[in-house]
Design a protein around this ligand. Structure first.
Ligand code: PMV
Length: 321
């Protein structure tokens, strides 16, 4: 058992995963499709130590506690079971994006943890094996294992296009730095309580087909309406769950309306929103500067981060400790 470090990017889903078919195996109720975000990076170092009594975890320099720590320890337990070891680990994880900005995605966290921990434990998993294991830590993490644009269907996530296929951009409008009240981890369980849940699941195949087609032909106008429709349908499910989840802030709605007005004026951009209030605006590289400037001028937008398509999880030699 040794030490290893991995780098991963969070991904933004263009067709969302919301609700599970199997809670224990973390299987999704519907297929989802995402793009890794090159501009946002998580680095994680794991070292197993025979003399340590319990797992020690720091995230952005602070000791992890509560549910965050429990989820990391549970994931390390999966790796220990595979390696046939009971050594405890020291884990340090760092995000190069503001942790308080509501972008600290569990997707990059569990993708990086999976590669670093398996390598530190002396295991050598292939991409499918890493992706399946990452999925058990956090569903969307399986999509951060392969590079570029990734499709997740039930057990496996695989690449549908490499990062260089198309220079799409995601301009992320950050409207709050506060952590969300209900994590997506807990939110999935509420999805079936919405009367709109089944309706969204029935509509996903058509949206997924439109997004795949637009991607294949590098045609944003062919996929944008489906991306927006799916995000709005997911939030409709969230809002109508019992208890209701309302992730949007006034500034979220201001950005959604602004994006549609810009489009009417000829600036091609489409929005999607995860389980939080920040808005992701998809556009072509040539329009990214203009979209970024306009987003910054929307009242309530605190910061804008622009990202192109990113690589998959990989190991590096520079350790965090
Ligand atoms: O992987 P989780 O359990 O954090 O769920 C992710 C849920 C969404 O971000 C809202 C949608 C998605 O597909 O990424």
């Amino acid at each position: 058992m040794g030490r290893a470090t991995a780098v991963a990017h969070p991904n933004i889903a263009l067709v969302k995963y919301w609700g599970k078919a199997d809670d224990k195996r973390n299987l999704p109720a519907n297929p989802s499709l995402s793009m890794n975000l090159a501009a946002l990076t998580t680095v994680t170092t794991v070292e197993f130590r025979p003399d340590q009594a319990s797992d020690l975890v720091t995230i952005d320099g602070r000791p992890a506690a509560g549910q965050a720590l429990e989820r990391v320890v549970a994931h390390l337990d999966r790796v220990r079971a595979l390696a046939g070891s009971d050594e405890r680990a020291w884990v340090a994880s760092r995000n190069d994006f503001p942790a308080a900005a509501g972008l600290a995605s569990s997707s990059s966290a569990f993708a990086a943890l999976t590669l670093a921990a398996t390598q530190a434990a002396g295991l050598s998993l292939d991409e499918v094996g890493l992706s399946r294991l990452a999925r058990l830590g956090s569903g969307s993490a399986c999509r951060s294992v392969p590079a570029g644009i990734v499709l997740w269907e039930m057990e496996d996530a695989h690449q549908v296009a490499p990062p260089e296929h198309w220079d799409l951009r995601d301009a992320i409008a950050i409207v709050t730095g506060q952590a969300k009240a209900v994590s997506s981890h807990d939110g999935h369980a509420l999805a079936p309580t919405s009367p709109l849940y089944a309706a969204r699941l029935a509509a996903v195949p058509e949206w997924l087909a439109a997004v795949k087609d637009g991607l294949a032909r590098r045609d944003l106008a062919a996929m944008g309406p489906a991306i927006e429709a799916d995000a709005l349908a997911m939030h409709a499910v969230m809002m109508t769950s019992r208890p209701s989840l309302l992730y949007w802030l006034p500034a979220t709605v201001a950005v959604l309306r602004a994006v549609r007005a810009w489009r009417d004026g000829g600036l091609e951009a489409y929005f999607t929103v995860d389980a939080g209030p920040n808005v992701h605006c998809l556009c072509l590289a040539a329009a990214a500067g203009e979209v970024e400037n306009r987003l910054k001028a929307v009242p309530g937008v605190q910061q804008v981060v622009v990202s192109g398509p990113g690589n998959g999880v990989r190991s590096v030699n520079q350790h965090l400790f």
